[in-house]
Write a protein that binds this ligand. Structure first.
Ligand code: KIV
Length: 275
């Protein structure tokens, strides 16, 4: 058995068991090389449909397709060994019927080898979540701000900032927990509400713009690294990769124009012939 075989990948039940035990560290990744780095420090890697905006420059996540998610999910599985990899179901791939959701979720699990899927929606998706879980598909739910509904909600505004609006969001979280989701992402929700939900439900809450009381936290990797030009209020930038990358590109361009690159170390000399 190789050292590689000793590393056991975390599962959805492992993440569920972390409720109220220790914080669950999550990040997004869409590529093998970032997955390799994220895997060393995180418990869960989300191949989020935010890849539509981050990788493809789309305005929203709505145009993202199942094939796009499967391609990047496979890359992240190749790059990681330990974290649970969760792949987002894109808009239009699961809302039509429970059967549509199962057929597409089964494709994601089979074709990427990931350990779970994520879908957006609370009460309206509860029946689908039960159907999937009963058939062997671990589901992470996503409530609060649900970006795939942008054309209905109108803007990416924080939810539950008036106490009068709390009821439906609490009911959504209770419904997905009752339906068998192993965890739930709570996005852009007033802090006291996210705290209350975390106390009220038996599954881990993963906050993004929610509360430090959540059982775990997630951010989009490129936002954290300082690669995204515009970020929501809830993002803390832990790096400034944008300017570093641009400085490297500018230095390369300068060297090429000055014929300084490639230098003697970067070219192949002829084999020396035996005399
Ligand atoms: O697609 C995504 O990156 C997400 C996170 C914001 C949770 O759903």
């Amino acid at each position: 058995m190789s050292a590689q075989d000793d590393i056991k990948r975390l599962t959805a039940p492992d993440i569920l068991a972390r409720k109220s035990v220790e914080p669950i560290v999550c990040l997004t990744s869409y590529h093998a090389h970032t997955a390799r780095l994220v895997d060393r420090h995180c418990d869960l890697i989300l191949v989020g449909d935010s890849l539509g905006m981050v990788m493809h420059g789309l305005e929203t996540t709505v145009p993202v397709t199942l094939d796009m998610m499967i391609l990047q999910g496979l890359a992240v599985m190749r790059g990681s060994r330990r974290a649970l990899v969760v792949v987002d179901m894109p808009f239009g791939s699961y809302e039509g019927s429970k059967e549509q959701a199962f057929a597409n979720a089964a494709r994601v699990l089979k074709e990427t080898g990931c350990g779970a899927i994520k879908l957006e929606g609370g009460r309206r998706m509860a029946e689908t979540i039960s159907f999937l879980v009963e058939r062997g598909v671990p589901v992470m739910a996503h409530v609060g701000l649900t970006p795939q509904s942008i054309n209905v909600i109108g803007s990416f505004r924080a939810q539950g900032r008036d106490k009068a609006d709390w009821g439906p969001i609490e009911e959504d979280a209770l419904a997905v927990a009752g339906a068998g989701a192993f965890a739930v992402v709570i996005e852009a929700v007033a802090e006291p509400l996210a705290r209350k939900i975390t106390k009220a439900i038996a599954i881990p809450t993963i906050g993004i713009g929610a509360s430090p009381a959540c059982d775990g936290q997630i951010l989009v990797l490129e936002d954290l690294l300082g690669l995204s030009s515009r970020v929501p209020k809830f993002v803390k930038r832990y790096g400034t990769l944008g300017p570093s990358i641009e400085a490297a590109i500018a230095a390369y361009a300068k060297d090429v124009r000055a014929r300084v690159f490639p230098g003697p170390d970067h070219v192949y000399a002829m084999k020396s012939k035996p005399k």
